[in-house]
Design a binder for this molecule. Structure first.
Ligand SMILES: Cc1cc2nc3c(=O)[nH]c(=O)nc-3n(C[C@H](O)[C@H](O)[C@H](O)COP(=O)(O)O)c2cc1C
Length: 216
């Protein structure tokens, strides 16, 4: 199998968490002889080449981060330039995010399933997982702890050619945190984190507190 991969993050490759995830994922995927080519949406100079490859390939994988509960605007702009395909092509997705609870990615997942149909593609499923905020900031060992599990998912994808197996579905982790974890997080966000964010804002020249409501 040959897979055409699009990194749908607007961040340049060097700083993209999605790219680090793909690094591990493709290691596993290629173990059985699967090959791939990868493109970056963040580099507009690649867009013509991406379109050309999109029309020539039968197995397409778009890996994307969740941006403001949604698909990144730059990727959307690119997708709007694609024509409906009439031939046999499978479109699968890796959807990843900063916050860890699976539930906040489900709306995006439902959208991606619809998108595959609208582009005339067979839907190959979406690998859904959060808790990826810090990947690009971590040292190699810590990073591997976060991205390492994607290698196994790459293996699964290499075998099945999609993300429809139970193993891939259960990769997400918890849909919601237990009540006591939510309570603790909310306390942290209302106290330490709030203070920290305000300090950052002040150091960047912001004159008002972050919860300033001038129109109230
Ligand atoms: C502008 C922006 C919006 C984001 N919105 C969300 C969000 O709504 N939910 C979430 O869990 N993570 C959100 N994140 C975090 C990213 O999904 C996460 O850091 C991801 O790993 C970034 O991947 P990338 O570096 O390849 O772009 C956001 C990040 C940015 C920069």
């Amino acid at each position: 199998m040959h897979v055409m991969i699009i990194n749908g993050s607007p961040r340049v490759k060097q700083f993209s968490n999605t790219d680090k995830i793909l690094e591990e994922f493709t290691k596993g995927m290629c173990e059985n002889g699967t090959t791939f080519e990868q493109y970056e949406i963040s580099d507009r100079r690649q867009w013509d080449a991406i379109r050309e490859a999109y029309y020539q390939n039968e197995n397409i994988l778009i890996a994307l981060p969740l941006y403001v509960e949604c698909i990144p605007g730059l990727l959307m702009e690119f997708l709007e330039t694609l024509h409906h395909r009439e031939d046999k092509v499978r479109l699968s997705f890796i959807l990843q995010s900063g916050f860890a609870e699976g539930i906040q990615l489900r709306c995006g997942e439902a959208y991606l399933e619809k998108l595959a149909g609208r582009l005339g593609c067979e839907y190959g499923g979406t690998l859904v997982k959060g808790d990826n905020f810090s990947i690009r900031l971590l040292g190699e060992e810590q990073r591997k702890k976060v991205t390492g599990p994607y290698e196994n998912m790459g293996r699964e994808f290499g075998k099945q050619g999609n993300f429809l197996s139970d193993t891939c579905r259960s990769f997400t982790g918890p849909e919601v945190f237990p009540a006591y974890v939510r309570w603790m997080l909310s306390l942290i966000f209302q106290t330490f984190a709030k203070k920290g964010f305000n300090r950052f804002a002040k150091s960047w020249g912001c004159k008002e507190p972050l919860d300033y409501k001038p129109y109230e």
